[in-house]
Design a protein around this ligand. Structure first.
Ligand code: ADP
Ligand code: MG
Length: 417
């Protein structure tokens, strides 16, 4: 058989903005000789489980392309992923349901391994023929996974001849199944990961301007790093969601009972007062409610003074119109985090207004984040963006740091490691 590894071919082949950019230097599955080989694919099958059923299967569908292509090329495809955040084996988080949905959507038989990389996994892989798919048990069932434990990485590597990272949503974590195994086997990016990297490359390298970032969602503590890193690069950063209240509090406004991260106020104030702080665009009005409930009595209040006993659950109509106007004038846009509690119709208008503005825009648009994608899907607007990312935290970290541990290790293979 020819070697597994085709010597590096000169980089990712799609047109990229900057050929010198390290992000673009990695191999794809085109560089792997897979026929008759076992290929371990780290996919992102971390889907929500609603009462024992697979909820939104966006991530499973997104993983199919790489798996189908490797099967068609005669590989024995060994798929692994984490599911939820169990701290060890937990019957609530077994891969069986996810594996069944994968097979159903892909139209192929799936064999489930009883463990992550133990005897059962080795047996399941040995028994599988070329073109067959084996799904390993939840990687988080192995205690070494999140520690990038060398023994686990060795055991995973022993299952296959080559490794494909396709889990963009986990590429920011240096775990055994993302980085450890990639250090041990010839490794390449799957189709989904490659597509994500190309999309983020357009945001990172010389974006068309104006470049606007829209941030919302639950916590500013998740996003202060990316806010700091992006402010010098963007033309405007629009902030809604629960996180805007910490910013409004830092500006000295009364925020009533809205969600505020008190320990973040000083850090946020420093960003607001910094050289590029004026690029932050905060709400001027909000939908405020008497309680955190779908049917709570609510009205619109100015952002400069939310009455005592009330909490902001959405941006107001004036803010939504202002955000929409700014979005309408941009040429590049990144959006992470809903503008309000979109799960409840009374507080979904702000998120929908942003979605409508993004859909109407001619700009290059990327949206990411589990709940942001869920919001777009609940509006039936999945197609509203140029690129719907499977990563939330991974996308934010990539924008902040310019690369991710899982991508970096692929680059080492591309350099002829
Ligand atoms: P993503 O998953 O897209 O990264 P996050 O997980 O950061 O987004 O935040 C999404 C959650 O934030 C949603 O469940 C939404 O209900 C909640 N949220 C948005 N605005 C508010 C608000 N004003 N008050 C409380 N929760 C909010
Ligand atoms: Mg979320």
């Amino acid at each position: 058989m020819p070697p597994v590894w085709e010597p590096f071919c000169g980089g990712y082949r799609e047109p990229v903005h900057d050929p010198e950019d390290p992000l673009t230097k990695f191999c794809t599955i085109d560089d792997l000789e897979v026929s008759g080989r076992a290929v371990l694919v780290r996919a992102d099958l971390n889907v929500p489980l609603d009462g024992g059923r697979v909820g939104d299967d966006f991530r499973i569908r997104s993983s199919l392309r790489t798996i189908a292509e490797l099967r068609a090329r005669g590989a024995k495809v060994v798929v692994c992923s984490h599911l939820g955040r169990p701290k060890g084996p937990d019957p609530k988080y077994i891969m069986a349901l996810v594996a069944a949905r994968l097979g159903e959507l892909g139209g192929f038989e799936v064999r489930c391994a009883p463990d992550v990389a133990g005897d059962g996994a080795h047996r399941a892989v040995a028994e599988a023929a070329s073109g067959e798919v084996v799904v390993l048990e939840n990687t988080r069932f192995a205690p070494g996974e999140t520690k990038n434990d060398p023994a686990l990485s060795d055991a995973l590597a022993a299952l296959a001849d080559a490794f494909v990272l396709d889990a963009f949503g986990s590429a920011h974590r240096a775990h055994s199944s993302t980085v450890g195994v990639a250090e041990r086997l010839p490794s390449a990016a799957g189709r989904l990961l490659a597509e994500e990297i190309v999309a983020f490359d357009r945001l990172l390298v010389d974006p068309d301007r104006p470049y606007v970032v829209v941030l919302g969602g639950a916590k500013v503590s998740d996003k202060l790093g990316v806010i700091r890193a992006l402010l010098p690069k963007v033309d405007a950063m629009l902030v809604g969601g629960a996180m805007c209240f910490t910013l409004l509090a830092a500006e000295g406004y009364q925020v009533g009972d809205s969600k505020v991260e008190a320990e973040m106020v000083d850090g946020v104030r420093a960003v607001l007062d910094s050289e590029f702080g004026s690029r932050l665009v905060l709400p001027t009005d909000l939908v405020v409610a008497e309680a955190f409930a779908a049917d709570a009595a609510h009205h619109v209040a100015p952002a400069t003074g939310i009455p005592r006993g009330m909490m902001g659950l959405d941006i107001g109509p004036e803010t939504a119109a202002r955000f929409a106007a700014i979005i309408g004038g941009c040429d590049t846009l990144f959006w992470n985090g809903p503008m309000g509690v979109f799960e409840w119709p009374a507080f979904a208008a702000g998120t929908r207004a942003v979605a409508d503005a993004v859909a109407a825009s001619q700009a290059y648009t990327v949206a990411g984040g589990g709940d942001s994608v869920a919001a777009l899907r609940s509006f039936g607007m999945e197609g509203a963006v140029s690129h719907l990312s499977t990563g939330g935290g991974a996308g934010l970290e990539l924008l902040e740091a310019g690369t991710l541990p899982g991508i970096e290790v692929l680059g080492r293979w591309a350099d002829g490691a």
